[in-house]
Design a protein around this ligand. Structure first.
Ligand SMILES: [Zn+2]
Length: 661
C-alpha cells in the first residue's frame, strides 16, 4: 500500500463490493481512443519478459483464485476480472495499465528455490514461505485470515504439512500482517511454538499510522482503490500494486522478536541477513537476504512500478532520497550474490544481471524524482509547473518497472515539494485565497454565468480538453451543487481522464468522482469485528489524542474540565485537561484538585473502543469508578463528535461552510 494500507481503510474497502452500478458510464471518445493508441506505439509491448517471470516456477493454484471465509463470504476472487483474458486493451483502458492488470491477475503457488515459495495474486500482497529445519517461516501473512489460510493450504497441498514456526512481518502496513491469525494463533505464540519477527517500531506504526486522520484517509482510500466501482472495463481493473484488497476482518499478533539492528539471524536453521530500512516505503520496514539460497527479498522497497512518494488517500510524504539509498545499499551488498529478487508485491526478477539492473533502475527512479524536483524547486518552479514539465529520462521511461502504475511522476513531484516546502507555493495571492465556494461563485459570475460556462466547456470537451473541463466543472459544481448539466459534464470529463490514466489509483479516483457526480451514493456497511486487535494494541495516550481530535471546539468554549485517569491493570495514570477548547493530556501526572478521578481497567476502555460497551454503561455497572463530579465526565463526553464516513469529495460539504456548532 502499499499502501500504506490501514486498519481504517480495510473497514470499508472490499474489492468485491459494488454499492451501485454506474449505469451511465460512457464509451471512450475518439480523443481517448487516440491517446490510448499512442501509448501502444510508445512502449515495447512485444517485451514478454515480465510475463515469463510472473509464470516461472508455477506449481498450482485455486480455481479463479476464489477464497471464502468461515462464514461462506467471498474474501477473494479473480472471477470478476475474467475480462482481462483479452490481450488487447479495450478503448476505455490505458494499454500500459491493462498490461499491468493482466500481470497482476496471474495467481497461484510459485517455486523460487528448493526451499522458498511464494503465493501471489490471492490478495493485494504476496506471502513468501521459507522451509526451515523443523517447520515453516511465513513472510507477510496477507491482509485477512481467510486469504492467508487459503494461501498456506495451497502450499501444504503441494509441498509439506510441516508446522508454522515463525512469522516475519516485513513492515507496518496492514496488507502485510492482517491475516496473521490465518497462519497461527495467539495461543501458539504465547506457548512459544511460533515466534513473530518484525522491524523495530513495528507496533507503534502498525497501530498508530492512520488512527488520528483515519476517517479522512478511509474516505479518500475508497476513491484511490475504486472500492465503490464496478469491476469491468469501464470501472475498476487494478490498483497497480495488485488487483485489490481482500475482504474480511483483519488481525494482529504482537511480535515476539523485534529486529532492532541489521545483520544475520538464524531462524529455524535458516540464515537471514536483515537490512533495516526505516522511514522509506513504510516507517518501520526491513529487507532480507538469504545467503544459502542467494535470494534477496526487498519487502516493498522495490516493486514492478513506480511506487508512491505521496499516496492519494493522504499520508505523510515519504523520503525518496533515503528510499533510493537503501536500494543502493542492497544492490551493493547483495546484488552480485543474488540469483533472484523477490518482493512482497508483484513477481520476481530472475538472473543476477537482470536483478542488478532492476535494483539500479529502481534506485535511480526514486533519486531522480527527489533530486530533479528539488532542483526545479530551487530554481523557483511551483509544484504544478514541476509536475507539468518533469519527464523521466528515456532510459527509465522505457522500463516497465519505472512506469507509474501506483505512484505517478506527476503526483510524486508534488509530494517531494510538499515534504520540503509545504502547501504554500510562495505566491502571496495564494496565501489566503477565498474560500472554495466563494471563489467558485465569483469565477463563474466573472465568466459570464453558468450557461455561458457550460457552452464553452462543451466545446472544450469536444476538443478533448478533459483536464480543463474537469477543473471548470468542479468550479461550477461548487458554485451550484445541484446543477445537473454541470455535474454530468464534469463526470464525463473525469471519466475520459480515468480511461486514459496509466496509474490504477488515478483511474479509480477519476471514475469514482464521475460516479459521485452522477448519483448520490449510499454509505457502505462497516465491519464491526475489524479493528479489534488493532484497537487493543492502541497506546493509551493515543486514545486521548483521538478524543482530542473529536472534541467539538466551538461547543467546548468557556469550559474547563480536569480529569484524572487511573488504569489499574496497566498501572497507567493520566491527567486530562480541557481548556480554551483544547484537550491536552500528560502521562504519569495527576491533578491535585480534579473535577473527577476515574478508576478503570484498560480492558474496560478496550470494550468501549470496540463498541461492546459504552462509557455510560461502564459507569452504571461499576466498571468505571468515579470520585468527584460525575456530571463533568458526562459533559466532556458530550462534547465529542462522530465523523461522517461518507463526506463528499466532489462537491462542497454542507454548502462549504463549517458549522459553528
Ligand atoms: Zn504492501
Amino acid at each position: 500500500m502499499s499502501t500504506r494500507l490501514i486498519s481504517a481503510i480495510a473497514a470499508v474497502v472490499s474489492f468485491a463490493t459494488v454499492i451501485h452500478h454506474e449505469a451511465n458510464a460512457g464509451p471512450a471518445t475518439d480523443v481517448t481512443r487516440e491517446a490510448n493508441a499512442a501509448v501502444s506505439r510508445q512502449l515495447d509491448f512485444s517485451d514478454q519478459q515480465a510475463f515469463e517471470d510472473a509464470h516461472r516456477g508455477f506449481i498450482a493454484t485455486l480455481p479463479d483464485a476464489e477464497v471464502t471465509d468461515d462464514n461462506g463470504q467471498r474474501a477473494w476472487s479473480n472471477k470478476p476480472y475474467a475480462f482481462l483474458n483479452e490481450e488487447q486493451a479495450p478503448p476505455s483502458v490505458n494499454p500500459s495499465l491493462w498490461r499491468q492488470a493482466r500481470l497482476n491477475a496471474i495467481h497461484g503457488l510459485f517455486r523460487i528455490t528448493d526451499d522458498i515459495y511464494q503465493i501471489r495474486g490471492i490478495d493485494l500482497a504476496n506471502m513468501t514461505i521459507v522451509e526451515g529445519k523443523t517447520g515453516l517461516i511465513i513472510i507477510d501473512p496477507l491482509l485477512t485470515p481467510a486469504t492467508a489460510r487459503a494461501a498456506l493450504a495451497l502450499y501444504r497441498q503441494h509441498r509439506t504439512d510441516r508446522p508454522v514456526v515463525a512469522v516475519i512481518y516485513t513492515h507496518s502496513h496492514v496488507d502485510h500482517f492482517g491475516g496473521v491469525k490465518g497462519v497461527t494463533s495467539q495461543a501458539e505464540v504465547d506457548a512459544g511454538a511460533v515466534h513473530i519477527y518484525a522491524p523495530t517500531g513495528f507496533m507503534e506504526h502498525a497501530v498508530s499510522e492512520n488512527v488520528i486522520a483515519g476517517n479522512a484517509m478511509t474516505r479518500r482510500a475508497r476513491y484511490m482503490y475504486g472500492t465503490d466501482l464496478p469491476i469491468d472495463p469501464q470501472g475498476h481493473i487494478d490498483t497497480g500494486l495488485g488487483k485489490g484488497l481482500a475482504r474480511g476482518p483483519l488481525t494482529l499478533i504482537q511480535p515476539t522478536d523485534l529486529i532492532s539492528e541489521s545483520g544475520v539471524r538464524r531462524i529455524d536453521g535458516v540464515d537471514i541477513d536483515f537490512q533495516l530500512v526505516p522511514d522509506s516505503e513504510a516507517p518501520a520496514e526491513m529487507m532480507m537476504y538469504f545467503p544459502a539460497q542467494r535470494v534477496l527479498n526487498t519487502a516493498e522497497l522495490t516493486s514492478q512500478q513506480m511506487h508512491n512518494i505521496y499516496t492519494l488517500r493522504g499520508a505523510e510524504v515519504r523520503d525518496a532520497s533515503q528510499w533510493s539509498r537503501y536500494i543502493d545499499e542492497a544492490l551493493d551488498r547483495f546484488g552480485p550474490i543474488s540469483d533472484v529478487i523477490i518482493a512482497q508485491h508483484h513477481w520476481p526478477v530472475w538472473d543476477s544481471a537482470r536483478a542488478q539492473e532492476f535494483l539500479a533502475g529502481q534506485r535511480d527512479l526514486y533519486k531522480f524524482i527527489h533530486d530533479q524536483t528539488v532542483r526545479l524547486m530551487n530554481q523557483g518552479y511551483r509544484p504544478g509547473e514541476i509536475a507539468e514539465t518533469l519527464q523521466l529520462p528515456a532510459s527509465l521511461a522505457q522500463r516497465w518497472y519505472a512506469r507509474g502504475y501506483y505512484g505517478t511522476l506527476r503526483h510524486n513531484v508534488r509530494g517531494v515539494y510538499q515534504r520540503y516546502l509545504g502547501w504554500y507555493d510562495g505566491n502571496p495571492a495564494n496565501l489566503d485565497s477565498p474560500a472554495p465556494v466563494d471563489a467558485a461563485r465569483k469565477t463563474i459570475e466573472y465568466m459570464g454565468g453558468i450557461e455561458a460556462v457550460l457552452e464553452r466547456a462543451r466545446a472544450d470537451y469536444a476538443a478533448g480538453n478533459y483536464r480543463w473541463v474537469a477543473s471548470v466543472m468542479s468550479q461550477a459544481v461548487f458554485a451550484e451543487p445541484d446543477n445537473r448539466a454541470a455535474r454530468q459534464l464534469g463526470a464525463d470529463a473525469l471519466e475520459q481522464l480515468g480511461y486514459q490514466a496509466e496509474a490504477g489509483p488515478w483511474r479509480d479516483v477519476y471514475l469514482s468522482g464521475a460516479q459521485d457526480l452522477r448519483a448520490p451514493r449510499e454509505t457502505p456497511p462497516s465491519d464491526p469485528e475489524l479493528r479489534a486487535d488493532l484497537l487493543r494494541s492502541l497506546d493509551t495516550g493515543m486514545f486521548f489524542d483521538l478524543l482530542g481530535v473529536r472534541l467539538n471546539g466551538p461547543k467546548a468554549a468557556d469550559k474547563h474540565i480536569v480529569i484524572n485517569w487511573i488504569f489499574t491493570d496497566t498501572e497507567e495514570r493520566f491527567r486530562l485537561n480541557l481548556q480554551n477548547s483544547a484537550l491536552t493530556w500528560l502521562a504519569d501526572r495527576q491533578d491535585s484538585s480534579p473535577d473527577a478521578a476515574l478508576t478503570l481497567t484498560r480492558k474496560t476502555l478496550d470494550s468501549i473502543l470496540l463498541g461492546e460497551s459504552s462509557f455510560l454503561k461502564a459507569l452504571q455497572n461499576g466498571d468505571i469508578r468515579v470520585e468527584g463530579d460525575v456530571k463533568k465526565v458526562v459533559e466532556l463526553l458530550g462534547l465529542m463528535e462522530t465523523f461522517d464516513p461518507d463526506f463528499p469529495l466532489i462537491e462542497p460539504k454542507a454548502g462549504g461552510q463549517v458549522p459553528a456548532r
